[in-house]
Design a protein around this ligand. Structure first.
Ligand code: 5RP
Length: 223
């Protein structure tokens, strides 16, 4: 199977995973990116089994609506049982780097509300140590240079993702060359820099379940 087929397989596996737990009131948290898109497309097949979704980006909201799935404002929902999203990197503790699609802040917010975070990924995303993928950090625009200098002090090489404005009006610094030995500690430390909206480490709230697309089928790992 090629990478696209693996993504479609995990998108369908996530639908199969959540399906027995859904009812008419269920609201599903939906992530962003090409793997999350495969999940959205598979979810359309069971849209009669749940109420609607909360999306982590305008792009995902549009795709959900395109399938006729109602999209709710997070402030208007009482709770979310499942959040399903991809990752740029994931380790064996199910800590992740996310934000390749610049949706990290909304992803982190929806994940914080959800009772269970299901990561859907193909096997290329599994790493022994996070940090080969540049770590996205979303910043308030006027703080960009200040945050970049602080990230250099932490040992990284931040690069401004020019031309990208997030759904929240933020800008993105991609931090190269970070060897992330303690993902939770680094997640907290970067979030303490004034001007940071959030960073793409998902360790304090990592995934609870990984559905991993491999050549031997979809494998399930729990935290
Ligand atoms: C977007 C994300 C995505 O989940 C991440 O970039 C993975 O994307 P893809 O499934 O396209 O590889 O964090 O901000």
């Amino acid at each position: 199977m090629n990478q696209d087929e693996l993504k479609r397989a995990v998108g369908q596996a996530a639908v199969d995973y959540i399906k027995p737990h859904l009812d008419d009131d269920s609201i599903i948290g939906v992530g962003t990116g090409s793997t999350a898109n495969c999940f959205i497309d598979a979810l359309a097949g069971i849209k009669h089994l749940f109420d609607g979704a909360v999306a982590s980006s305008e792009a995902s909201a549009e795709r959900l609506r395109g399938h006729g799935i109602p999209v709710y404002d997070l402030n208007g929902v009482d709770g979310i049982e499942f959040y399903i999203d991809g990752a740029d990197e994931i380790n064996d503790q199910l800590d992740m780097i996310k934000g390749g699609g610049a949706a990290l802040t909304r992803e982190k917010i929806v994940a914080a509300v959800a009772r269970k975070f299901i990561c859907v990924a193909d096997e290329s995303k599994v790493v022994p140590m996070l940090g080969n993928f540049p770590l996205p950090v979303e910043v308030i625009p006027m703080a960009r240079s200040h945050v970049a200098r602080e990230l250099v002090k932490l040992g990284g090489d931040p690069v401004w993702r020019e031309g990208v404005i997030t759904d929240n009006g933020g800008q993105i610094l991609d931090v190269h060359n970070m060897k992330i030995q303690s993902p939770m500690a680094l997640e907290s430390e970067i979030n303490q820099i004034t001007g940071v909206i959030t960073n793409g480490l998902f360790a304090l709230r990592g995934a609870d379940v990984l559905l991993l697309g491999t050549q031997d089928g979809v494998k399930t790992q729990t935290r």
